[in-house]
Write a protein that binds this ligand. Sequence first.
Ligand code: 5AD
Ligand code: SF4
Length: 472
Amino acid sequence: MDDSYLAKAFHYCLIEILLHHQSNFARLKRMQVDGILDRHFVHAASIMLGLMKYYVRTYGCQMNVADSNEMGRHLQARGIMQTEDSDDATVLLVNTCTVRQHAEDRAFSEIGRLKKWKALKPGRKVVVTGCAAERTKEYLEDRFPHIDLVVGAKSIEDFGTLVEGLLERRPEADDLDYATPSTSDKVSAFVTIMRGCNYSCTYCIVPYVRGRESYHPMEQVLAEVRDRVREGAREITLLGQTVNSYHRDGNRGKGTDFADLLEAVGAVEGVERVRFISPHPYYMTDRVIQAMADVPEVCEALHLPVQSGSTVMLKKMQRNYTREGYLELIRKLRRSMPEMTISTDVIVGFPGESDTDFRETLSLIEEVGFDFGFVFKYSPRVGTPAAELEGFPEELIEERHQECLSLMESIAAKKRQRWTGTVQDVLIEEEGFGRTRGNAKVAVQGNARVGETVPVMIARAEKSTFGHWRKL
Ligand code: 5AD
Ligand code: SF4
């Protein structure tokens, strides 16, 4: 019998003993500190016994939600399972957002509170990731010495390697960089197809913290889609900062663009619905519109950020389209898909926004008749061109925000009424809840199973429940 076999057998026996003693991670760590157990053994035993769990807090957009899922898959591939209870966790991951000051402040105050959490049990680790981590890495490390690892948004794809050091374990040949198996059975799954942004909208910090655009190869995207379907997904949301700018060069000029990708994803066995966020109006080409209309799996719902209804403001924001251009695009989309629900993002109080500019935003909201919209107060981000401009007093921004928000909501409420009395295909995402193709969240009575698509009569449409994107 060779030594390695004996060593393994010894370890399994020890694990058996630990199991019967109902060991927990803190107890194992204490034994390590006391010199009773070796640290590699403690680590291996914790993973084998399923004692190491991670808890993740995500701030910000869907891109961040997808990044959290991706990092979670890396941890799961290393035997560390997810928990919904931070008291139970050994690794706590805070995935931060920096798009507006408010989002950053909330994440930082949570990180501050984690000092106590960490001190409660030995061996706990705090990992801070995402856009604010990219922007303020040194500051975070100085101000919060209890952080064990900072991974900026540009390095999310290296998370697997970075986390190895933290977990005191060497990577193995079969640790995949992407599409690592997950135990999640989410009916609706995100798949990242591109990272970064080549635009330079003058208010936006994203290009600084996420870098230039890079596109995942089509084969990788399709492999991930198939993985998610195998895990139970029926709906795939393709993600990217300007998702519809997707393109890859191919041989002899035969490249792939976003329209090709929509078609290929729709054709994957088991995919019932395809969505994407967030498209940029500039890349909403006729080809993409045609693909949306032709591929039956692509849902008739579009989140198309407009930011402002004033061409003067759009120019100052460097959005690369005009008010008229945006309205013409909406007309085209509606001609092609009359039932399409359309939602948007708007920023109020951008430096130099006159009362006339602001009224133009209100009138555009009325003219389009959005089904849903986020209204954001402009937040200056250090390093962006707009942050150099003179801003408005908070009261004025607040006033415009209120006015714009109530208009958006009243229009959305009216638009929702058109569903009342109709029958919609609803994909059940969790017990009692599902979503229409138009992206309205519906409370469903009856015993439809999760993952099933069922026809549902819409009895009432009074609550503002459009969209599964969350407020940042
Ligand atoms: N201030 C306010 N809103 C912003 N957004 C991006 N940057 C800022 C900023 N500095 C909004 C835009 C974008 C959404 C994700 O966040 O509306 O579409
Ligand atoms: Fe920011 Fe503009 Fe890029 Fe969107 S397109 S991420 S708003 S710079």
